[in-house]
Write a protein that binds this ligand. Structure first.
Ligand SMILES: [Fe+2]
Length: 418
């Protein structure tokens, strides 16, 4: 037990910092902002604040039947049921003030009973899981607030507009070649990884190339202006169905005013910047763009072997830009912006790695039961906390989802070397 102390002490500091960061992300919002739910997939900020606390109460303090459990359990069926996801915005009680009080109460209890006490490895692991979960919800707060604000004709601003973008980006035809062959992906190390990132295992890759930078808004505008949204031959059948049903004509939050494309951001509405990475496209749109461009989306294994060993640096939530930025091209052969700015759609279905076993108990529901009908995204976004990103991280969303901070990077097959 003795050797746990340094780790647990470091954990205490991280616990305080990460729990406080969630409250800080909610700070610019009014109680009314925190109450509203803009669509089924998005949750009220008040709900995020409470649900992340419920997670600690349930999985760390071992109290799954607390009085708020039914309201703030998200989807854990083995814990005895939960409120309707689509009606979270109707939960006007408890109030925001009471939810913040609930947070303080549970935080004090976690510190007293777990972080300042002799604690088992398993409980320490649960605190770590709770913090990683908390960071996921920090990104969701920003993502959901953006969607909510986008529906307000006043175009509210969540944060001040960031300073202007970088000066240069790599040329569109810049690629990084990979010889393929037998590679390893997945997390095999002692550091934290979600269950879905394990085990590390072998894959065989054909030779491929990966674009040096994500697709920019300017690239995507060419696709729009080339009639990309009116050409069924570019789309997967389900994607074309979505285009017709939803009336998509451009990425989410783009709208044309006269000859100008406007964009809604967390700093309000402004002109589209052509050099910044395109954001808020679905998998269907990413896939159609790649086909139009004569390329394809990367496999998650291709993405990971290129990203492995790259520093996890970039435009994350800590930069408080809350929008993808054009990067200054360092002029090296390395790809840029693998981490931060936008999540990158891959072409990989979200499925278990070979040898995967979900953890036992309710916590096994965290990731495993979503392994169908979803697509893997890699890299992290301008709304992701930097310490939450890593090369093996697997985000996943349904292919029609557009409200997350997601863009794409192109990949292509290489014939040589076969
Ligand atoms: Fe959650």
């Amino acid at each position: 037990m003795q050797d746990l102390l340094p780790a647990a002490t470091g954990l205490r500091a991280r616990f305080d910092r990460i729990r406080q960061a969630t409250v800080d992300f909610a700070a610019p919002l009014s109680p009314e902002d925190c109450q509203a739910q803009s669509m089924t997939e998005a949750s009220p900020v008040k709900w995020h604040l409470a649900h992340t606390t419920w997670f600690f109460e349930t999985f760390v303090l071992g109290r799954p039947k607390g009085p708020l459990a039914f309201l703030f359990n998200s989807y854990y069926e083995s814990l005895g049921g939960h409120a309707d996801r689509a009606r979270r915005g109707l939960l006007t009680r408890p109030s925001l003030r009471e939810v913040l009080e609930y947070r303080r109460r549970i935080d004090e209890e976690v510190v007293a009973k777990v972080l300042n006490a002799e604690t088992s490895d398993e409980t320490i692991g649960r605190v770590e899981l709770g913090l990683q979960h908390e960071q996921q919800h920090q990104e969701l707060i920003l993502t959901d607030v953006k969607h909510l604000f986008s529906l307000n004709p006043l175009h509210p601003s969540y944060a001040p507009a960031p300073a202007s973008d970088g000066a240069a980006v790599a040329a569109r035809d810049g690629w990084v070649d990979h010889p393929g062959g037998l590679v390893e992906i997945g997390s095999g190390g002692p550091g934290f990884a979600f269950d879905n990132e394990r085990p590390r295992h072998r894959r065989h890759l054909e030779p491929f190339r990966l674009a040096r930078r994500p697709v920019s808004a300017g690239d995507f505008l060419e696709f729009v202006e080339d009639g990309g949204y009116r050409r069924p031959e570019l789309w997967l059948s389900d994607g074309w169905e979505a285009v017709r049903r939803e009336g998509w004509q451009a990425p989410l939050y783009w709208d044309r005013e006269g000859g100008d494309w406007q964009l809604f951001t967390l700093s309000g509405r402004r002109t589209l910047h052509l050099r910044e990475p395109v954001c808020h496209v679905s998998y269907y749109e990413a896939d159609a763009f790649a086909r139009w461009a004569g390329a394809r989306l990367p496999g998650e294994d291709e993405w990971e072997v290129v990203a492995e060993g790259s520093p996890v640096e970039g435009n994350f939530a800590e930069s408080r830009r809350f929008h993808p930025s054009a990067a200054v091209d360092p002029g090296t052969a390395r790809p840029i912006q693998l981490f931060g700015d936008v999540w990158e759609w891959t072409r990989s279905p979200y499925a278990a790695y070979p040898g995967y076993r979900p953890p036992s108990g309710a916590v096994g529901e965290y990731n495993a039961k979503f392994m169908v009908n979803q697509i893997v995204l890699r890299g992290g976004s301008c709304a992701t906390p930097q310490t939450h990103a890593r090369a093996t991280y697997r985000n996943f969303f349904p292919p029609y989802a557009r409200w997350l901070f997601a863009g794409l990077r192109l990949a292509a097959d290489r014939d040589e070397g076969r």
